[in-house]
Design a binder for this molecule. Structure first.
Ligand code: HEC
Ligand code: HEC
Length: 153
């Protein structure tokens, strides 16, 4: 009985050694069975970038909750927003919006954090892309059962 047990144990040890060695062989450069939201690709391979998402122009996607920053219904490629220049305001400022046929930024964009109304865009609303993102024709990466608030349905 004891002999049998020792025999079984040593067979087991040898087998697990084989499995372990195999796993080790699989690992270098492999993904170890992991997959990210962008799919799996090996470390030393450069994966092709996804295609650029289309920006549906014909309509602005509706907002899903009160106070949602509206999505941007146009491309923003090469629009500079830095401390020196703000391309968005060349169309959306109160001064330019009419001529450019764009929506004016709303009064909330002039409030500072004490709720005082400033004469120009509030610094906390200066970096537009902190809140506004371009709308895109894209599928959710993970399942999402978020529902639009009752009042906007
Ligand atoms: C060349 C002018 C121009 C520039 C520059 C521009 N926009 Fe626009 N934007 C428009 C126009 C015109 C519309 C109205 C919808 C349309 O026709 O695409 C619009 C619509 C929007 C809307 C939707 C407004 C609403 O009422 O739903 C948002 C948000 C917006 N733009 C944000 C931005 C941001 C942020 C930037 C800078 C990254 C920017 N825009 C740069 C012209 C411009
Ligand atoms: C801190 C977040 C935030 C930042 C930064 C911000 N916005 Fe907004 N924006 C909002 C929200 C929230 C709304 C919707 C509620 C409202 O009108 O205030 C909005 C509304 C708008 C609208 C629609 C106004 C209307 O009358 O329907 C435009 C256009 C817009 N923003 C453009 C801009 C531009 C251009 C900038 C940069 C100069 C900017 N926003 C920066 C949050 C932001």
């Amino acid at each position: 009985m004891k002999k049998l047990l020792v025999a079984l144990l040593s067979v087991g040890a040898v087998l697990s050694g084989v499995v372990f060695a195999q796993a080790e062989l699989d690992l270098p450069g492999g993904t170890g069975g992991l997959e990210s939201l962008r799919g799996s690709s090996l470390l030393e391979e450069t994966r092709n970038a996804d295609e650029m998402k289309k920006i549906p122009r014909e309509q602005s996607l509706e907002t899903d909750y009160v106070y949602q920053p509206p999505l941007i219904p146009h491309s923003i490629r090469n629009y500079e927003v830095t401390k020196d220049a703000n391309k968005c305001l060349s169309c959306h400022s109160w001064k330019n919006a009419k001529d450019m046929g764009a929506t004016k930024i709303s009064v909330t964009h002039f409030l500072n954090r004490e709720d005082a109304v400033l004469a120009d865009v509030s610094p906390r609303r200066y970096f537009c892309l902190q809140c506004h993102v371009p709308q895109a024709d894209a599928q959710p990466l993970v399942e999402n059962d978020f529902k639009r608030v009752e009042s906007l349905r």
